[in-house]
Design a protein around this ligand. Structure first.
Ligand code: ADP
Ligand code: ASP
Ligand code: MG
Length: 275
């Protein structure tokens, strides 16, 4: 069976209606003949709330327990998405990181992938499961502890699964309908890009355009994953959104593709310091 990875970010699974809407999109791909791996984020605002609870309990928190708490948001959406898919007649099963297992380093809060063995999920596909719903953003260290990948990490989970399972494409469903020349919420003259090269997307992401986590673009470039960003709130087809691809697929590349910004930086200049 051809396989697709579909990732839904926080605003796309913010409540039960939106989970229903995302499940319907997954259902359409199953009807087209795909097996699907769905990667879900926590409901929007949930991860911030969990981080707040950790900091409110222990200002100098133990990073292992931070990860144990903060990873839980994705567990809820994975289970709810699997239930919703079952309700519309699609054989689906949820997977937390440790169940796959998604093996990572033990750098808590910023863990990196070590390996994603396919056996468990492949066996379920062979038994007739059509959709594996995997909790994004989390993994398992070799010490057997839950890890997280850093904020926005579900994008990277999605690309890593697309690479590990040889997916035809990795579709990142979000609250904008593609990658723009700059953040469309800040600048209403921003234009949607039909295609953007990996290198350019990497630059935009690393300079602050949070539409994709930087590491997801790095991974996609390294494993040549076809990566697409598109809206979870609109009807979409094969041509929707923005394709992030190799430069050779873009006929006429521009000198400047976009502008990124970051709100949490300050410039400090010191004058008249003798040495
Ligand atoms: P998700 O919850 O789906 O992961 P994010 O909030 O992480 O979504 O990323 C989507 C947001 O990225 C958009 O709402 C938009 O404000 C922001 N963004 C920043 N730069 C860009 C850009 N160049 N193109 C599109 N969106 C951008
Ligand atoms: N829920 C996590 C976060 O808010 C991961 C993600 O959404 O990608 O950072
Ligand atoms: Mg995100």
């Amino acid at each position: 069976m051809p396989l697709l990875v579909m990732k839904f970010g926080g605003t796309s699974v913010a409540d039960l209606d939106r989970i229903g809407n995302a499940a319907a999109k997954v259902g359409r791909e199953v009807e087209r003949g795909y097996d699907v791996i769905v990667i879900v984020s926590a409901m929007s605002g949930k991860t911030n709330e969990l981080v707040g609870w950790v900091e409110g309990t222990s200002p100098l928190y133990d990073a292992r327990e931070y990860d144990a708490v903060v990873a839980s948001g994705e567990n809820v959406t994975a289970g709810l998405m699997a239930l919703r898919l079952q309700e519309i007649g699609i054989p689906a099963r949820s997977w937390q990181g440790w169940q796959v297992p998604i093996n990572t380093t033990s750098a808590h809060g910023a863990a990196r992938f070590v390996s994603i063995p396919r056996e468990n999920i492949d066996r379920k596909f062979a038994e007739g499961m059509k959709v594996a719903v995997v909790a994004g953003f989390q993994g398992l260290s070799h010490e057997g502890r839950i890890t997280t990948l850093g904020r926005g990490g579900s994008d990277t989970t999605a690309v890593a699964f697309a690479a590990a399972f040889g997916a035809e494409r990795c579709d990142i469903y979000t609250d904008v309908d593609g990658v723009y020349t700059t953040d469309p919420r800040i600048c209403d003259r921003a234009r949607k890009l039909h295609r953007i090269a990996f290198e350019e997307m990497l630059e935009l992401a690393s300079l602050g355009a949070k539409v994709l986590q930087t590491r997801s673009v790095e991974l996609a470039m390294r494993y040549n994953v076809r990566l697409r960003v598109l809206s979870s709130f609109e009807d979409t087809d094969e041509n929707s959104g923005t394709l992030v691809c190799g430069e050779e697929e873009i006929m006429e590349s521009k000198v400047v593709s976009g502008v990124a910004y970051s709100r949490d930086e300050a410039k400090i200049t010191l004058f008249t310091i003798e040495d």
